[in-house]
Ligand binder design. Sequence first.
Ligand code: F6R
Length: 366
Amino acid sequence: EKGGYEHFMLKEIYEQPRAIKDTYRGRLLADQGLIRMAGIDQNLEKFTNANRIIIVACGTSWHAGLVAEYIFEDLARIPVEVEYASEFRYRNPVITDKDVLIAISQSGETADTLAAIKLAKEKGAFVFGVCNVVGSSIARESDAGAYTHAGPEIGVASTKAFTTQITVLTLIALKLAKAKGVFSESKYHEYLSELETIPAKVEKALESNPLIEIISDVYKDSTNCLYLGRGYNFPVALEGALKLKEISYIHAEGYPAAEMKHGPIALIDEHMPVFVIATKKGHYEKVVSNIQEIKSRKGKIIAIVTEGDEQVTDLADHVIEVPETLESLTPLLTTIPLQLLSYHIAVMRGCNVDQPRNLAKSVTVE
Ligand code: F6R
């Protein structure tokens, strides 16, 4: 059942190249310059005329929503708000029939996300669901949607659901960018063909697994960790911290790298591992200076870098390389080593990786 893997989580981490491919199969037709998604095609005007897109989700799906905010605004120039479903549903939000609400949920059963959808529908918004489980409550309640096609996710810690959610949301953003005419033809084609290279690049990122195991052994007894990233990789930092917390029970926090100096920097000493996403595309020089600030306070730096990196490699205690890609697609790669790190640390600490204490796969009560 676990396909020779020791845990479902590891199996699902390794399934990501295939899962991402399954997500865009039949939708991404790069040679024809086409993205085909019935749920978007049939409701295109709802999206292109929308005042804004509101994304609601919980946990890891909320992190995918944050990545989507960067992608939608950057590529399609549509204003986006991302909200925790639990906050949204109770704060008397301003919703109109010019709003599009996207609900993201692996299980499609999360109670708060379901309630947020119902509220948005009552107020006349168009509701689009991004779910993994076919026929789930959120999928059924939505006006339209797109499945992630990641296959069953059994490990409580979400992995392939996250990368496939980002894949679907990227396809949607590209479609809308094209429909709105805010994207040059050449940029659009560059994105389509780069997306097709992602599964092979995820495969490459997985090859760092032996190195990640060694690094995990160094930091497995930590009591606190920081995760830093900027831009598209800020949500990846949040997701890295969540993965570590939920399966290894080590306290971890994710921050936008530049926020460090507004407080968290006070925590840094020689006992604090800091995981920094420092890929070449995306504020690289600024992240380098953040790394220098950590180093001068003796923090331990584990950096996720682009293949062939030199500058961060000189500064960091450990580096893990990922292949180069377009900036907006980097989360699909940078998240892989962070999943593996949490996995190995949790295993080394003797934790029940697939079923962490106090957690359920699907949170059907608020
Ligand atoms: C984290 C995790 C949870 C879920 C959250 C939302 O690894 O599994 O944070 O992401 O409960 O669940 P779905 O996506 O099913 O709505």
